[in-house]
Design a protein around this ligand. Structure first.
Ligand SMILES: [Zn+2]
Length: 624
């Protein structure tokens, strides 16, 4: 498999690709303020009349098809003597070069990067972030080839932070055993703070941008160290030679990688305890992914197919169980209290139980559909769930049931260690849905049909039974939540080609602009009312099931626009909806009601049995 420990892989790959074959990138940013970087790719040893060069259609860890080639300009190809080679675009992400068996092919292109996001490349006057899928082309069929990257720093920049292996004695030169590793190693460049700690002699680098100066750096390092120690102790291994946290203190969005993580957050807000704890939990999530998803992984998630979606039912395992462990590890590291943990778990249950999407979509369906809906965040939350918080609850139920069935001798920790050993270290592959279930049931020594049915169906979850295994009771009560209530379920549906508006201005519910395509080339969509609650403000306002919502308060209607309008309103406010029914548009106004949601609380039962107390103490232990 490709995603094994880089150094071992390098040895194996070098044996196959002996010199003088080489693949080498040079990245320069002569004018970073123009948001442009220049890439030169020199390939030696390729044979053939034609050679395809491709960018991936997506980026590891971000489950959505992108269009990185649209940011590539001034593409050119030449042979080793500088004579131009003809080329043509044969697909969105493919350049076909007439190489005519040239001994060397040199590709040159510019990459434009204006959006600062963990899955995008950004270049600015003072910093650059290279998301490798959008920067580095590969020769088709040559993903296994070793590759080097030379970064030429603009004047005044001093720092390159990346999981790539530095080439000894060559400043700014890095190597990867293959393109899978290259595509899993983003590169942060500029003048970041650069801190370091070690675990079992393995260096962990922390590149920091825009974190308020009053946030104690020693505290950050000490807490990250406790977090990594707790995670590696749980798994019994430190599976990399070095690890790099790319702490980008602006924006929002994190992506895990093989031995690094790109983490965007509001660095100016970390000086309050709740925000700091939220940040630690989020960092712990991205860090624990180096085990769960990068190494312990569903079989669909590596080796990757970079040309299309890599579909799996198990993102609730890869993402949801990572959410479960992100906080459990903080409890065990002494960084989160039991009470904070239980409050957060109860809030996640509330978010799930109060969502209408739970009646429509299971965790396995949410996993499968994520490529259409944007990395776990449903296009329409009314009919979709998040495998993040649902997966975390399923993790808790699996863990508690395994503990109860095995007399607290085994837990989900044993499952994770077993998957790591059996599938990552020994079989060197991912696991199937059935193999994952088998590992869980073998740890429990019993069937786990009910928990797995919660993952694959929309049936009601009996939380009470599971939390009682640890002597905890779950109570809930109706209360008034933020925002206001309309009482509609909606669905974001593709517009059939025959009904596609001719101009961008008509049929205002269309997403995606004049091209008629949405995110990543997704079809244009519209917001459709699928259900109404009896006696709701929507029903009183004569909204009907099947209505197409065109505008919300005068704005283009999307699920997010509707949600935001309801969240910003309060009981008694009105909302204006322009709807289309049978091809006729009309304006309707509804008076919103109070948003009643159930709140949940987890607390200890009065007199737990010895078995319940043992499970609770072992589950939420602080292990220093
Ligand atoms: Zn994640």
């Amino acid at each position: 498999m490709r995603q094994i420990f880089p150094v071992l892989c390098l040895l194996a790959a070098n044996a196959v690709h002996a010199a003088p074959d080489s693949m080498a990138f040079t990245v320069s940013m002569p004018q970073p303020a123009t948001h442009t970087l220049h890439v030169q790719f020199r390939c030696e040893g390729l044979k053939g009349e034609l050679q395809d060069f491709k960018l991936p259609a997506w980026s590891p860890g971000y489950y959505g098809i992108g269009d990185y080639a649209r940011n590539v300009f001034n593409f050119g190809a030449a042979d080793g003597s500088g004579h131009p080679l003809p080329f043509e675009r044969t697909a969105r992400n493919t350049w076909r070069v007439v190489a005519a068996n040239a001994a060397a092919i040199i590709i040159d292109y510019d990459v434009f990067g204006t959006t600062s996001f963990a899955a995008n490349t950004y270049v600015g006057y003072d910093r650059a972030y290279l998301s490798p899928s959008g920067v580095f082309v590969h020769a088709a069929g040559e993903l296994q080839h070793p590759v080097t990257v030379t970064i030429q720093l603009p004047a005044g920049w001093k720092q390159v932070a990346t999981g790539l292996e530095p080439v000894p004695g060559k400043s700014g030169v890095f190597e990867a055993p293959d393109f899978d590793v290259l595509y899993d190693c983003p590169i942060l460049i500029g003048n970041q703070e650069y801190l370091q700690f070690s675990i079992k002699g393995v260096p962990h680098f922390v590149a920091i941008e825009n974190v308020a100066p009053q946030v104690s750096r020693p505290r950050m390092l000490a807490d990250l160290q406790k977090m990594v120690e707790t995670a590696t102790r749980l798994m019994g291994d430190v599976p990399y030679r070095h690890y790099t946290f790319l702490m980008m203190g602006r924006g929002n969005g994190g992506i895990e990688h093989l031995n690094s993580a790109s983490i965007q957050f509001a660095g100016d807000r970390l000086n309050t305890d709740p925000e700091y704890l939220r940040w630690l939990s989020y960092v712990c999530h991205e860090y624990f992914h180096n085990f769960n998803v990068k190494r312990i992984r569903p079989i669909a998630l590596g080796p990757f197919d970079y040309d299309q979606e890599n579909l799996t039912n198990m993102l609730w395992v890869s993402e949801g169980l990572t959410v479960y462990y992100q906080d459990l590890l903080l409890v065990r590291a002494g960084l989160m209290t039991r009470a904070q943990y239980l409050d957060k778990m109860a809030a996640a249950i509330g978010a799930f139980e109060n969502s209408s999407g739970r009646h429509y979509q299971s965790a396995t369906e949410s996993s499968w559909n994520t490529w259409n809906s944007g990395s776990g965040v449903g296009v329409d939350r009314n009919v979709a769930i998040s495998y993040y918080n649902n997966g975390a609850m399923l993790g808790a139920m699996l863990d508690l049931k395994i503990r109860e069935s095995s007399g607290n001798r085994r837990s989900l920790d044993d499952v994770m260690r077993g998957l790591y050993k059996k599938y990552y270290l020994e079989k060197k592959r991912g696991f199937t849905d059935a193999e994952f279930r088998r590992e869980c049931e073998s740890a429990a020594g019993a069937g786990l049909a009910e928990v797995f049915s919660y993952a694959s169906t929309t049936r009601e979850v009996d939380y009470t039974k599971y939390f009682l295994m640890a002597g905890l009771k779950l109570e809930s009560a109706p209360g008034e939540a933020n925002g206001a209530y309309l009482g509609v379920d909606t669905d974001t549906q593709e517009i059939p080609p025959a009904e596609m508006p001719i101009t961008a201005g008509r049929g205002g519910a269309m997403r995606g602009g004049p091209g008629g395509r949405g995110r990543g080339g997704a079809p244009a969509t519209r917001l459709v009312v699928t259900d109404l609650a009896a006696g709701s403000p929507a029903e009183t306002a004569s909204i009907k099931s099947g209505d197409i919502v065109v505008q919300v308060n005068g704005q283009l209607a999307t699920a997010m626009e509707l949600s935001a309008a309801l969240l910003a309103a309060k009981s008694g406010d009105s909302i204006r909806l322009r709807i289309s029914r049978g091809g006729v548009e009309q304006e309707l106004e509804a008076t919103l009601a109070a948003n009643i949601a159930r709140t949940y609380k987890l607390s200890l039962v009065g007199a737990p049995s010895a078995g319940q107390a043992a499970i609770l103490d072992d589950w939420l232990r602080t292990a220093q």
